[in-house]
Design a protein around this ligand. Structure first.
Ligand SMILES: Nc1ncnc2c1ncn2[C@@H]1O[C@H](COP(=O)(O)OP(=O)(O)O)[C@@H](O)[C@H]1O
Ligand SMILES: [Mg+2]
Length: 391
């Protein structure tokens, strides 16, 4: 098939031609939009999952739906990659207000909210300042106390949204990057807007540890948000993710080939896209068959090893890489920290836990519960076992 027309989208945050298995999420979100728009209460949503399961593209889809429903949105924003929390959230707030300003409705309200955003960003100026050509408001969101200020900022945005008869949606990606005090401030702020019945919601996404981190920041976070875990797609959805893009282009994938790909990709969206892409590039004509799969299997594995696993593995130092390999040598996760240390074979426990902490920081592993560790990348253990001899 012509490479130029390849309909598959392996990569981070690349919108798939067929967004498979998300009908329930979309319906749930649509009812959230309706209920909040009607002044009812609805919990914001936190999605968690390993890398490559489709968190970012789901947020992108919900962004589109919210915009179609006339809501203002922040667009999907990756947070925490820079330390200035205030700047990041002020920028998002300014985006929401820019959306609202297009309505030309409650102009004074929007203008006032913008001056509050400015005040919020100035209360503890970060390295990258937000440029806003307005005078900062006085006495709202500028106390210097993050919890109080963020709550006031969100209320201000909520009031402006209500005055414009629209909702405001915060789309927060990679939320596990935020530190505990930022997470606590977000809990307090969303608690405040929901108590005030304002049409403000958040859809957030992050690695699996996010849920525990939120809970640690504010115990009531468990009830404040509704949580959904994204993982491998069920077989029918996985097959749709594979077959859909080709089929839309008039190309078929044979039944047994599709079934085999779904099994090999273990239902993970990223892997399915990678298989689809290579199959498309290789196959001469429709239908794509098992023979094509046999021919591209090594290419897919090699490509995954480089693009998906390899780049992650390279983020670790040499000692950390040995630590990861020791984990993988223990079989299926989650892994007991003590067992990893033993497989790693170091006598200096302080050093071992430093590796562990650093790998958590880098987002390569996470702790499902105390004393346990697992990979954040699906099938990483299998990759490591295939690639490197166990220590
Ligand atoms: N529901 C889905 N159906 C088909 N492909 C998907 C789906 N969700 C994600 N993908 C594909 O999977 C890959 C990873 O998606 P992404 O949203 O970046 O994952 P995450 O944010 O969880 O790491 C992308 O190549 C994307 O096109
Ligand atoms: Mg993502």
């Amino acid at each position: 098939m012509n490479k130029r027309d390849n309909p598959y989208t392996p990569g981070a945050g690349r919108k798939p031609r067929t967004l498979a298995g998300r009908d329930g999420d979309i319906e749930g979100f649509q009812s959230l939009v309706e209920r909040l728009g009607a002044g009812s209460y609805e919990r914001s949503i936190v999605y968690t999952g390993l890398r490559g399961v489709g968190k970012t593209v789901l947020l992108m889809e919900l962004d589109v739906l919210a915009s179609e429903a006339g809501w203002a949105t922040t667009d999907v924003q990756e947070v925490g990659s820079q330390p200035a929390f205030r700047t990041t959230f002020a920028r998002m707030a300014a985006r929401l207000l820019a959306n609202m300003a297009r309505r030309h409705r409650a102009r004074d309200r929007v203008a006032r909210a913008l001056s509050v955003v400015k005040a919020f960003s100035l209360a503890a100026p970060g390295p990258a300042e937000l440029r806003l050509e307005v005078e900062p408001a006085r006495g709202t969101a500028d106390s210097g106390d993050l919890e109080q200020d963020l709550a006031e900022l969100l209320e201000e945005i909520g009031e402006a949204a209500r005055a414009n008869r629209m909702g405001a949606l915060w789309l927060v990606d990679e939320m596990q990057n935020l530190d505990t005090s930022s997470l606590a401030a977000l809990c307090i702020a969303f608690q405040a807007v929901s108590r005030a019945g304002l049409p403000v919601a958040m859809v957030a996404a992050g690695l699996p540890e996010l849920r525990v981190r939120l809970w640690a920041a504010k115990p009531y976070a468990d009830r404040l948000f509704s949580y959904a875990e994204l993982g491998r797609l069920p077989d029918a959805a996985a097959r749709a993710a594979l077959v859909g893009p080709a089929s839309a282009a008039g190309v078929e994938i044979s039944e047994d080939c599709a079934r085999q790909v779904v099994a090999e990709a273990a239902g993970y969206p990223y892997f399915l896209q990678e298989y689809g892409m290579e199959l498309w590039n290789y196959a001469e004509a429709s239908p794509i068959t098992l023979e094509d799969l046999d021919a591209v299997r090594d290419i897919v594995r090699d490509s995954l090893a480089h693009s998906f696993f390899g780049t992650r593995f390279e983020m670790a130092t040499e000692a950390e890489q040995r630590y990861l390999t020791a984990m993988a040598s223990l079989g299926q996760g989650p892994y007991a920290v003590a067992a990893i240390a033993q497989a790693f074979g170091a006598s200096d426990q302080r050093r071992v836990s430093a590796h562990r902490e650093s790998l958590i920081q880098k987002g390569l592993v996470w702790s499902p519960r105390r004393g346990q560790l697992d990979f954040t990348v699906p099938l990483f253990a299998e990759f490591l076992r295939g690639q490197r001899p166990a220590p």
